[in-house]
Design a protein around this ligand. Structure first.
Ligand code: ADP
Ligand code: MG
Length: 535
């Protein structure tokens, strides 16, 4: 696009390849953007809450995944429309920052856009809508803080943390096992948490999936589990007081580069070359052993020749250790990652209490556990399940739970779920709207309506009548001045979310409302879309 001037100095716009571009301006642009983004939100809305539906997504090469996780759904939907992509990013930024609440944030953005559309139809200027939403958002956030409660994360064997984890897991495919999985997640996080600094390094929790068994067989292993075994079946199965040599160079003689030739003209020459090669192996193994290492973990492979030599020299070794495992092992055992054999020195070895092979179930498959690492504690959650689809979804769900627990360790304030927090904010925002005399009051009221959209969506998804349930909940919140009344999704007979112990972190709710408002404001600012014709 470029700006040009005609003979009279009047400006006009030149679009490159005008014929092949599509251009939308003004109201038409606003509306088309909003409709595209709303389509995404509508798809997700049926997945919200404990009775939300799952989505089955098939990738172009036929991989099937079944998931309830908002961020995963939008990521796999392969969305083309540029504004709809903003919602994908919205879900992902919630995922990156908070980890949970990735569906809710998109649904809320969708409700806000729906309201914006009606306001535009009424003839209200997009900037006024934006301003109103912004002010309402501030009010909602402030109110969230006043209704939040601090919980004691230590009390009662970390019961509050377990409950929060259960709330996060309750809407997932693995919800039947939420209590067990929640406990595993809490123990894992507390194992690696630094409670004084209120910090958790989630890199120290490795989540390993292995198909087979069932979800109940999921367990926590105190140590690093790697899905590999010793490179030779006759090597020792357990190394105690391990001194680990962590190699990122291959156990093989240097290969001639492409531009070099080796001319072998006689049997003599061949023998020499062979001997030289053998010498390389011998030297390499010697370098490792001389440093005092009693096990070698190698990011690369090595051939049978080397494997045999390692066995002969009593040096147990593991090959094809993945890059992320190498980093984790380095962090936990204090090992330096060694890229060249010449650089091996005793100080660079990592130390761990033991490295041993373990076997799971009745299958022959073995894995290695590195326990009692010298530097930091690292743990592994081994997820089992009948199929790849199940273990993948379980992994995503446990990730959500772990994030919730980490967030609570960082900031132990919670609000109650089941739509009660959103409803309480909506009531507050409505009151605020009455104090505003300018046009923005319409937008502020609409913001409150959008917030009510969350409990209404939850009710809808569990087969309740959304209008009556939200109206009843709202009436009770006002009458009893009780901000904990929400939607009784599981039909437990009480709408008080404190009694149901549905805990959500304050940080997650705040982030949801803020991010959703931000994206909607951004979409409302776009009044001109210039795109190739095939969009
Ligand atoms: P997200 O990806 O946004 O976390 P979820 O599918 O996990 O989406 O649903 C979260 C919503 O469901 C929250 O609003 C939460 O308060 C609500 N929720 C979760 N468990 C319950 C429950 N047992 N009863 C009522 N509401 C619940
Ligand atoms: Mg959730």
């Amino acid at each position: 696009m470029s700006l040009a001037f005609d003979d009279y100095g009047r400006p006009y716009i030149i679009l490159r390849e005008q014929g092949s571009k599509k251009r939308m301006k003004g109201l038409e642009a606003y509306k088309s953007n909003i409709l595209a983004a709303k389509a995404i939100a509508n798809t997700l809305s049926s997945s919200l809450g404990p009775k939300g539906m799952d989505k089955m997504l098939v990738s172009p090469d036929g991989d099937v995944s079944v998931t309830n996780d908002g961020a995963t759904i939008v990521e796999k939907m392969e969305i083309q429309h540029p504004t709809a992509k903003l919602l994908v990013e919205l879900s992902q930024s919630q995922d990156a920052e908070i980890g949970d609440g990735t569906t809710g944030v998109v649904v809320l953005a969708g409700k806000l856009l729906e309201q914006a559309l009606t306001l535009l139809d009424k003839g209200i200027h997009p900037l006024k809508i934006s301003d109103g939403f912004d002010r309402a958002c501030d009010v909602a956030i402030k109110h969230l803080e006043t209704i939040s409660e601090e919980i004691d994360i230590q009390a009662n064997e970390h019961e509050a943390l377990i409950q929060a984890a259960c709330t996060a897991l309750g809407s997932k495919v693995v919800s039947k096992r939420k209590r067990e999985l929640g406990k595993i997640a809490v123990t894992a996080v507390l194992d690696v948490a630094d409670l004084n600094r209120k910090d958790v390094n989630l890199d120290l929790i490795k989540i390993q999936t292995k198909t087979g068994g069932s979800v109940e067989d999921t367990r926590l292993i105190s140590g690093i589990l790697i899905d590999k075994d010793m490179s030779h079946p006759q090597m020792v199965k357990e190394v105690n007081d391990a001194k680990i040599c962590l190699l990122t160079c291959p156990f093989e003689p240097p290969k001639p580069k492409t531009k070099h030739n080796i001319n072998i003209s006689s049997a003599e020459d061949y023998k020499k070359l062979y001997q030289q090669e053998q010498q390389y192996f011998v030297d390499m193994v010697k370098l490792v052993k001389d440093s005092g290492a009693n096990i070698a973990l190698c990011q690369w492979g090595f051939d049978d020749e080397a494997n045999h030599l390692l066995l002969q020299n009593n040096l147990p070794a593991v090959r094809w250790v993945s890059g992320t495992d190498v980093e984790l092992i380095a962090m936990a055992t204090g090992a330096r990652i060694i890229p060249r054999f010449q650089e091996i020195t005793p100080e660079k070895l990592g130390k761990a209490g033991s490295v041993k092979e373990v076997q799971f179930g009745t299958s022959n498959e073995r894995m290695l556990v590195i326990e009692n690492c010298q530097c930091t504690k690292a743990v592994t959650i081994l997820i089992r399940g009948g199929s790849q689809m199940i273990v993948d979804e379980a992994k995503r769900s446990i990730h959500d739970a772990i994030c919730v627990i980490r967030n609570l360790i960082k900031d132990n304030r919670i609000v109650y779920g089941g739509g009660s927090a959103e409803l309480a904010c909506a009531i507050q925002v409505l009151q605020y709207a009455d104090e505003v005399s300018s046009v923005e009051q319409y937008a502020i009221r609409s913001f409150a309506d959008a917030l009510e959209g969350i409990p209404s969506c939850l009710a809808d998804n569990c087969g309740l009548n959304p209008i009556t349930s939200v109206a009843q909940a709202k009436a009770r919140q006002l009458q009893e001045n009780n901000h904990r009344i929400g939607i009784d999704c599981m039909e437990l007979g009480t709408t008080d979310m404190k009694e149901q112990r549905i805990y959500e972190t304050l940080s997650s709710k705040k982030q949801q409302i803020q991010l959703a408002t931000q994206v909607v404001k951004m979409i409302l600012k776009i009044d001109d879309v210039i795109a190739p014709d095939d969009y």
